[in-house]
Every structure is written in structure tokens, then in C-alpha cells.
Design a binder for this molecule. Structure first.
Ligand code: 1OR
Length: 300
């Protein structure tokens, strides 16, 4: 018979990697991983195991940390310096496809899929990295990472703004996304506020309202699944240009400003082009509404 005990995952069948560190090194690891989404949502023990297992590695400018086609051994987090990523496809010369700076991480693909390294990663300055061995990466970080990538994959493929991206670029976006929920009528962004986040609607609907100087409300076309908002404040460092509220239960995927700038770089031109349309829509509505009475006025 199957005993209850055998169903409990055993904690004896792996040996934890512990590389001794000074408190100063631990502090540097904490700073390096603080803004990295792959390390979010770890419990205390997992966090401790990861920090224990990390090894400090230094490379000189122009040295390769990873070579395309090689066997995967480590996952890396950047403490200081910068690196370029090159991909060679179908015998063509390698092309630069991405770059990393402090807080960035790479080398997860070969460890997740047991495949060859998909790219060459080269130091472009003298660098300090923290390396996590394959076994610890798979035991602690892989579950989270692949679950999140799978969870957002299908959704991100349907977002019109992101269709032109490479699948791997959408994976990086998935790593950085967090889902947030709003109840009917709850504001997501308020006109005039400082903006720190970008939103893509996963499910539900949102209303868009603009206020004039007198506090009169002008409703704008609403938003639905796959549509995005909150980009203007991030592009222009301006206050939020409209108030957006949940209409019924609303679920959004959100990116912080830094991730927005880093990951949506390839589509910023599309975003800017689309934002020009707002003016046209707004002008049309304002013209139309000059003959109408505003829907309501905010209390004085
Ligand atoms: P790896 O274990 O394969 C190389 O080792 C690492 O480079 C890889 O994990 C990723 O962490 C990182 N395609 C594949 N790997 C990339 C890419 C990339 N960018 C960074 N890495 N891109 C697609 C190119 C067609 C670039 C997308 C921005």
C-alpha cells in the first residue's frame, strides 16, 4: 500500500550548494537581485538557498560569458557592467539582439529546456556576475519562471501591440508582468497623478474619462481585452492624461516604468504613433461636445 509518507516530497534527495560568503558579498547579491522579477515570490528558505548557492564571477571586457551552442551550466545575474547578446541564425554572422546591465539576468533557456545555449553573451566592460548552478536554478527558479511564461504566453500573443515581437521578447515581458485586479468603478489611473505603471487589459472593460479645468467630465471611448493604457505618462514624464476606471471586474497585466522602457523599446515607435490618434479622437469628441452639456461636474 502507498503510505502517506511516500507522498510527501523528500527533502533528502538533493544536496544544497553552499558557497561561503562575506556579509558584504551577500549585500551585493541582494542589491543585484532586488529588481529582478525571477527572484520575486521566493519564500525565505528559497531565497536563502539561492543566495548560498551563488558564485561570484568576474570577466574582462570582450570575454564571452556564454557561447551559442555550448552546454548550459550556469544562470547569471549582472551585478556591475554591461554585456551584449549575439545570435547567429542559419549560418549567418551573429547579430546583436539585446544587451544587459546591472540587475539583468540570462542563461536560463539552456537550463530550462536542456538545450544548447541559444546566444553568445559577451562582456562589453569589466563585469561582476553572480552565477547560479543548473541544479539550484532548476530546483528553485525554474518552476516560477516557466509557469509565468506559460501563463502569459497565449495572452501576449493576442495583444496587437506585441505581435511584431520575437517570442523570446514576449517571454521577457511575461517575466516582468504582474496581474492586478480592480472592482467595478475602482480607478486604475487618475488624471493628474504621476504615473509609474503601464497596463494591458487581460479581461474586463474600462472607462476612460477626461476632465477639463472646470472639473467637467468628458467620456472617451472605453477599453477592452488586449488594449493598453498608461503609456503616455511613461513616454513623456507627464501627469496621467485621463482617469481610467474598471467597468465591472477588471484584470490587468502591469509593467513598472523601468521594465516598460527596457522591454517595450522595440515597440515604442508603434506606441508613439498610436498615441497621436488620441489627439484626433479627443478633438472630434470635444468638437462634438461643444454643442452638448457635460455629463456631470465634479463637486467643487
Ligand atoms: P541560454 O541559456 O540559451 C544564452 O544562453 C542566453 O542569452 C539565453 O539563455 C537568454 O538568457 C539570453 N534569444 C535567445 N536568447 C537570448 C535572447 C534572444 N536574448 C537574450 N538571450 N533573442 C531572440 C533573438 C532572435 C533576443 C530577444 C530580445
Amino acid at each position: 500500500s502507498v503510505s502517506a509518507e511516500s507522498m510527501v516530497p523528500s527533502h533528502q534527495n538533493y544536496v544544497k550548494t553552499v558557497i561561503s560568503k562575506t556579509p558584504e558579498q551577500r549585500k551585493r547579491i541582494e542589491v543585484s537581485i532586488a529588481s529582478n522579477f525571477l527572484f520575486k515570490n521566493l519564500d525565505e528558505d528559497q531565497h536563502e538557498d539561492v543566495v548560498n548557492a551563488m558564485a561570484e564571477k568576474r570577466f574582462r571586457s570582450r570575454e564571452n560569458v556564454i557561447e551559442q551552442g555550448a552546454v548550459g551550466d550556469y544562470f547569471y545575474v549582472v551585478e556591475t557592467g554591461s554585456l551584449d547578446v549575439f545570435v547567429a541564425k542559419n549560418g549567418n554572422p551573429a547579430e546583436k539582439v539585446f544587451e544587459y546591465g546591472p540587475g539583468g539576468s540570462f542563461g536560463e533557456l539552456a537550463l530550462m529546456y536542456n538545450g544548447p545555449r541559444a546566444a553568445t553573451v559577451t562582456a562589453t566592460s569589466d563585469i561582476v556576475l553572480w552565477a547560479l548552478d543548473r541544479i539550484t536554478f532548476r530546483r528553485i527558479l525554474m518552476e516560477n519562471t516557466s509557469r509565468k511564461r506559460r501563463m502569459y504566453e497565449a495572452f501576449l500573443e493576442t495583444v496587437p501591440l506585441l505581435v511584431s515581437l520575437e517570442p523570446y521578447e514576449r517571454h521577457k515581458i511575461a517575466d516582468a508582468l504582474e496581474s492586478v485586479y480592480f472592482d467595478d468603478g475602482q480607478p486604475v489611473v487618475r488624471q493628474g497623478d504621476q504615473g509609474d505603471n503601464f497596463f494591458i487589459i487581460e479581461s474586463g472593460e474600462a472607462t476612460v474619462t477626461k476632465y477639463n479645468e472646470k472639473g467637467e467630465e468628458f467620456p472617451m471611448p472605453g477599453l477592452g481585452p488586449g488594449q493598453y493604457f498608461g503609456e503616455l505618462a511613461l513616454l513623456n514624464d507627464m501627469p496621467r492624461a485621463a482617469t481610467i476606471k474598471a467597468q465591472g471586474r477588471l484584470k490587468c497585466a502591469t509593467l513598472g516604468k523601468r521594465a516598460f522602457v527596457r522591454l517595450l523599446g522595440p515597440v515604442v515607435e508603434i506606441i508613439k504613433r498610436n498615441s497621436v490618434n488620441y489627439q484626433t479622437i479627443e478633438e472630434q469628441i470635444q468638437q462634438h461636445q461643444q454643442q452638448l452639456v457635460p455629463v456631470s461636474s465634479a463637486p467643487p
